[in-house]
Design a protein around this ligand. Sequence first.
Ligand code: DOR
Length: 434
Amino acid sequence: MSTAGLDLLLITGVRAVDPARNLDGNVDCVVERGVITRLGKDAISAELRASERAVHFDGRGKLLLPAFVDLHAHVREPGEEYKEDIRSGLRAAAHGGFAHICAMPNTKPVNDKRSITEAIVARAREVGGPTLHPIGAITVGQLGKELTEVADLRDAGAVGISDDGRCVMNAAVMRRALQYAETFDIPVIQHCEDHDLTEGAEMHEGRVSTELGLRGWPAVAEDIIVARDVLLAESTRAKYHVAHVSTRGAVRIIREAKARGIRVTAEVTPHHLLLTHDAVVGYRTACKVNPPLREEADVLALQAALADGTIDAIATDHAPHSVLEKDCEFAEARPGMVGLEFAISLMFQLVSQGKLPLARLVDALSTSPSKIIAIEPPTLKEGKVAELVLFDPARPYLVGNLVSKSENTPFLGQTLQGRVLLTLARGELVHRLD
Ligand code: DOR
């Protein structure tokens, strides 16, 4: 990715929002050789303004934000590069304003060994752009039985462990994983699904599954695992993170656990915040996802939990699949949606509708997820290496022509409001909308 134009970057008259610094105000911003050197009112001297090496951006009406951090993406390398690879996944991330993404381990082979984690890290460094943080598997082959060598995975760069796509069903295995991870203070990220309750399930169990004659995935299958794991997290004092929360029951359990001081954190996806099971009507395979789209009451509970901080982070669960794997019978279709490129555009709707304060949105996309994986959060501060986003809330965005290799999203063809104009990661310009 290009670093051109970053010798000197000047953004004038922009609204900068960084809740980590209690910042919300109109400023000028100067980035010199990848470092934020000035941020404040009238920060751009006449001399800088006249500099021939300067690239100017008019920030009026736009937002300057710390760059985003995605806790949950599937980049499919190694093994399924026809859906996505590290290069295309990182490009998609850059387009969506992400300076950091976590790569889930359900690759082929599964990322359950030091050598695989190392290979992923090396490839991502070679590609450049946003930083890729691998998540290692909890169990060998994600088979739910034998724990991986967590110390090895961590030493190779894994920032957490997860069997995402599968739930760790055995409570003894989960307990040992939490005990083990606690010694390294990395989060155990659970895909909460009691597989005995969801066998053969194709969508959320409810009115729509009955109407469509599709086998249902009951909400309680998520709640039951969250409840069990919260008890295990309490007794082990480990860091426990709930991936893609989708039910109002799980929200209630997480809220109570947090109130009791248990180290539980949670993420929610844009699609679970915006869509219900009604979107599946017509057997729309683009809306097949795991966990499935739920009911209105769940969506409202998720939105409220995100607003009040019960749910810490927004994560995309970017899950690319090929046309062949989606353009088929509902039962055969693979679950998942892409989402890196337009997550902020979708989520900004909640701000425009008054459902989410802008500062909370920025926190949920940047500061909070950074803390969960213990990386230094991107921040708008003089002296810091620039990791920032310039977002234009007024710019329409017709979802299409994605840089991801896959286009499996129900939002394809929709016009959203708001688009990322610039992304800087590690001080480099990794995305610029022409
Ligand atoms: O919808 C999903 N797709 N949910 C998961 O948990 C896994 C993911 C994938 O890897 O495609």
